[in-house]
Design a protein around this ligand. Sequence first.
Ligand code: FMN
Length: 207
Amino acid sequence: MTDLYDVIFKRRDTRHFTSDPVPDEVLQKALQAGHAAPSVGLSEPTRYYIVEDADLKLQVKKLFDASREKAEEQISNPDQLDKHQSLKLEAITSAPIGLVIATDESVLDEYVIGTIGTKETLAWSTACAIQNIWLSLTEQGYSMGWVSILDYIAFKELLNLPESVKPLGYFCIGKPADDYDNRPMLETHNWKRKSSAPHVVKITQGL
Ligand SMILES: Cc1cc2nc3c(=O)[nH]c(=O)nc-3n(C[C@H](O)[C@H](O)[C@H](O)COP(=O)(O)O)c2cc1C
């Protein structure tokens, strides 16, 4: 059996994929891992939409390009802008499979335990599923990249999703073409260094 910690530390956000197809068993196993994740009040709000159509991928890529351009307009430091422009932050048209992972808030039409404080708990449940999928793909020799640089209103319209369905992103899935030296790709490009330890504080009566 694969060691859990090997998989956790090997998992990477991947933006470079080979053209190898993803066998259906691999995707199904990953989706089952997502389905095994916890969900608030057993609400199971997570919805998956598989994108294989090249034209739809191109439309998503256009949305990404527009959002990236908008983000870059906000970077005033020229060095930072240069560095940002050199980063590959998606693999929408090159990854064999695109997956939209979303939360369906219509589960709130019935009472859901754990949503009185915030309905964000539904999206947090979906985030748990996303991480399980990421780990399952890693364990199977595949990987995933999360694309969140999108205008979510336009993204929802493009996919024609029901009003209650909120996408958390577009996910690129395939065989990794690069392991980025087993470090976050952003670190290998000197964008930012990953901290060496988790930020943990013991509190007694508040900070
Ligand atoms: C909520 C979320 C959104 C992200 N969106 C993007 C994105 O749009 N483009 C991208 O290249 N990476 C995206 N990432 C990946 C992060 O940049 C990546 O997780 C981080 O640099 C650490 O690298 P690692 O996942 O390989 O450890 C996202 C990650 C998360 C958790």
